[in-house]
Design a protein around this ligand. Structure first.
Ligand SMILES: Nc1ncnc2c1ncn2[C@@H]1O[C@H](COP(=O)(O)OP(=O)(O)OP(=O)(O)O)[C@@H](O)[C@H]1O
Ligand SMILES: [Mg+2]
Length: 278
């Protein structure tokens, strides 16, 4: 079997790779915005590194991170906390358990709000006061006014055009500065593959970078859905290709996620032009 097993650690769990962008100023500019007290919105397709970038920014700023994952079920409790019964000095008392937004504001942490545009729009206005110059909100669960610690900052991520998303309310969008996070390409992608996967041979890395460019191009002209070019999927294919023929790796990690057989065939056709003989 023609495999390119650079390292013999198939069971190794790698840590998160560092965020790598083809535009080096992306990370610096987002960091500068946060240091200036702005909140940051990362906009990009699935698997483009938005969460990884937010983690990298938290590291750079030396901040702990609180996370909220939005869904259509997201309610105020998931953001602000909830009341529960507890025991104090032998008596039953009502206790308030802080949610991630209140904790991040009070302790000066970074709040990461994933998939902001999946939440029902009527839940989010509670955040408006926390996100503008007032930097405070009134917690309806405790009737307390929470004033944000100076280090408090928010990074939100959105995945535009994905099923189940709704356009962000203008007033909310207006409270962020927006950074686009496209799929990393070219030499930066080659570097990411070398750092984040078990694939070591330059020849194979180069072929996966070119396949990625083809997938991006096909999605730009509408022949494939955007997520077909996901870097997450490509990195999975690179890893798998160290243990099996690359075409099979691409089938499992990239083509297999698409529901339309014609789209699957197109991915495999593109991959065959690089790995047909492998
Ligand atoms: N530019 C990049 N730098 C470093 N890692 C990246 C990059 N792009 C993708 N990845 C890797 O791809 C995987 C997916 O990245 P991540 O979870 O940050 O994507 P995402 O944009 O948040 O996706 P989703 O919208 O599905 O949440 C991770 O393993 C991540 O390390
Ligand atoms: Mg993410």
């Amino acid at each position: 079997m023609d495999v390119d097993s650079g390292r013999e650690t198939p069971l190794a769990r790698r840590g998160s790779p560092r965020f790598i962008a083809d535009r080096p100023h992306l990370v610096d500019d987002a960091e500068a915005a946060l240091r200036l007290g702005k909140h940051v919105l990362l906009r990009g397709p699935t698997g483009s590194g938005k969460t990884r970038l937010a983690e990298a920014l938290a590291e750079r700023l030396g901040l702990e991170m609180e996370s909220v994952n939005c869904s259509v079920d997201l309610d105020l409790e998931a953001l602000l906390g909830y009341r529960t019964l507890g025991i104090a000095e032998g008596r039953t008392v009502v206790e308030y358990v802080e949610g991630p937004v209140v904790r991040a504001m009070r302790l000066g942490r970074m709040l990461y709000i994933d998939e902001l545009n999946v939440a029902r729009p009527e839940v989010l206005p509670i955040l408006h006061g926390a996100l503008d110059h007032r930097r405070r909100l009134t917690n309806p669960l405790t009737a307390e006014v929470v004033q944000a610690h100076p280090n408090f900052c928010v990074i939100a991520a959105i995945n535009e055009g994905y099923a189940g998303t709704s356009p962000l309310n203008e007033a909310l969008l207006n409270r962020f500065v927006v950074f686009d996070v496209p799929y990393v390409q070219g030499e930066a992608l080659a570097q990411l593959i070398r750092e984040a996967t078990a694939l070591a041979g330059a020849h194979h890395v180069e072929r996966f970078v070119r396949l990625s460019a083809d997938l991006v191009r096909a999605s730009e002209v509408g022949e494939l859905p955007v997520e077909a070019a996901s870097i997450r999927a490509l990195l999975d294919a690179c890893d798998l290709s160290t243990q099996m023929p690359p075409l099979r790796a691409v089938r499992y990690a990239v083509a297999g996620k698409l529901s339309d057989p014609r789209e699957q065939d197109l991915v495999m056709e593109l991959a065959s032009s690089y790995f047909g003989g492998a």
